[in-house]
Design a protein around this ligand. Structure first.
Ligand code: PLP
Length: 400
């Protein structure tokens, strides 16, 4: 098929960062004798709890059934209870039927929400989707394919690694249809506090755009449980309008392969999202929904998981001793290191030591001044066991 018969938006879709990384590293054979260490992908390597497989096996009689698209009543009410517990919400604020929809992983929901909420025009012009810069590329991909102008907002050390809300011009806010916020942020680990949420939710309502909060790292935190979007809505009086939060079992329960997440929030938007998903959404198989119920009912495995990450940040802190701008992120499981030139460092690390990292520029975009805020950085996912993470840090110190 020739390219001109494909969707115009597709033709200008950015290349996915891992494709770019493969293009960069595939021609290079590492010189090191040691086994490669792959810290480029945020794929949990800790085990999911043992009971997960038991629950799936016990429910194997359900594989023949088409699952309800929005999730079973048991899953939705478990999620509502978990949200209420986790974010100290008033009882009854989250109605399982109106405020929760199951997703086949947050990725599909984050992608598809754009095709629901991006209109043809906003304020008489092309609608805008705002997102942090650097960003998870699914935000820009979903918004771009839905016809929005994607506008990443620099989230740098100077702005506390979150977008500076005061710097967004009024005319941009007027055109904004969708704002993706990632907290804890991938890659920098910054978490929005209540004041930040208040300001952003206030803007969403004033300018009538949808705030999609990606909270998929919410349970991987260092000391303090990050504030959530629904918690902020509760603090602002309980209205959920314009706000959707996205959660996942991929990081919380080391179950990325299970493909389970949910979206919760604004009941009016969710009713419409449910309708759209009846066409294009992916149902979660029933045995897996049963596993999800068990996983969201158990906090012991989540606390144990957090402790493993905490110890690995201790190890990195001890070995790096503040070099490459090391800081201990409030959440998530990434190191975001200032190495001067992210792409060159990534290539050198692979060639000389077999350590695979993600160049920061691949998940950022040049701003109006021509500066890509990820340019100087690499991202390392500290998902492996302690010894492997320590070995990765030593390789880094040896060559950079
Ligand atoms: C920031 C962010 N959001 C969403 C996802 C998608 O997670 P899942 O689809 O596994 O729930 C990821 C996965 O890496 C991520 O890093």
């Amino acid at each position: 098929m020739s390219l001109h018969t494909l969707s115009a938006n597709f033709q200008s879709l950015e290349e996915y960062p891992f494709t770019r990384l493969n293009n960069l590293l595939a021609p290079v054979t590492p010189r090191a004798n040691e086994a490669p260490i792959l810290m480029s992908v945020g794929e949990p390597q800790h085990e999911p709890p043992v009971f997960m497989a038991d629950v799936i096996a016990r429910n194997s009689h359900l594989w023949n059934r088409y699952p309800a698209m929005a999730g079973t009543p048991a899953l939705r009410s478990t999620v509502a209870k978990w949200l209420t517990y986790r974010y100290k919400l008033p009882t009854g604020m989250i109605d399982p039927e109106r405020n929760v929809i199951a997703l086949s992983g947050t990725k599909e929901g984050l992608y598809m929400v754009a095709s629901l909420v991006v209109p043809d025009t906003k304020a008489g012009k092309r609608p805008v989707a705002l997102m942090p810069n650097p960003y998870y590329l699914v935000y820009s991909g979903g918004a771009h394919m839905a016809g929005a102008e994607t506008m990443p907002l620099d989230a740098t050390a100077e702005t506390g690694f979150l977008p500076d809300l005061d710097s967004i011009p009024d005319d941009v806010l007027a055109r904004t249809a969708l704002f993706y916020l990632c907290t804890p942020a991938n890659p920098q680990g910054a978490c929005a506090d209540l004041a930040y949420y208040r300001k952003l939710i206030g803007l969403a309502r004033r300018y009538d755009f949808v705030l999609a909060v990606d909270e998929c790292y919410s349970e991987i935190y260092d000391r303090v449980a990050p504030v959530g979007g629904l918690e902020a809505c509760a603090a602002m009086g309980g209205d959920l309008s314009n706000v959707l939060v996205f959660h996942s079992l991929s990081k919380r329960s080391n179950a990325a392969g299970l493909r389970i997440g949910f979206v919760a929030g604004d009941p009016d938007l969710l009713a419409k999202f449910g309708r759209l998903r009846s066409y294009g959404g992916a149902q979660v198989p029933l045995p897996l929904q049963e596993a999800a119920v068990a996983l969201w009912q158990d906090e012991a495995h989540v606390e144990a998981n957090r402790a493993l990450y905490r110890r690995k940040f201790d190890i990195c802190e001890e070995i790096l001793k503040g070099r490459f701008g090391f800081y201990r992120p409030a959440g998530g499981f990434f190191l975001w290191l200032d190495v001067g030139d992210g792409e060159a460092a990534s290539l050198k690390l692979w060639r000389d030591t077999g350590l695979r990292s993600l160049p920061g520029p691949y998940i950022g975009r040049a701003n109006a001044q021509g500066v890509n805020p990820g340019q100087r950085y690499i991202r390392l996912a500290i998902v492996h066991d302690d010894d492997t993470v320590a070995a990765g840090m030593r390789r880094l110190l040896n060559v950079l």
